[in-house]
Write a new protein. Structure first.
Length: 95
């Protein structure tokens, strides 16, 4: 049996954020939506102290590479549609 672990990393800009509190509100909203909608782990993994930038990572595990990839891509689309967040770069990989 094959096990696939997919990781989606993305860098983004928090639009109009003037404080870490505003940034965290936007990030928490995105993380919460992903966790409730998809079977993925997600966390902010970079730029925690920068009020206008973020690096998020999402991970999924499954027996089908296609299913894991599809969930990660849908989660990225959700982030792209999130008010206040502009995704600048995203990279999907399997380990």
């Amino acid at each position: 049996m094959n096990v696939y672990v997919g990781i989606q990393e993305c860098e983004g800009r928090i639009i109009g954020s003037t404080s870490l509190k505003e940034k965290r509100r936007v990030i928490k909203s995105g993380i919460s939506r992903i966790q409730h909608r998809f079977n993925l782990s997600v966390a902010e993994v970079g730029f925690q102290d920068d009020r206008q930038r973020t690096r998020l990572a999402m991970a999924g595990v499954g027996s089908s590479k296609k299913v894991v990839e599809q969930e990660l891509r849908q989660a990225l689309r959700l982030l792209e549609e999130l008010d206040g967040l502009e995704i600048l770069h995203a990279e999907l990989s399997f380990v």
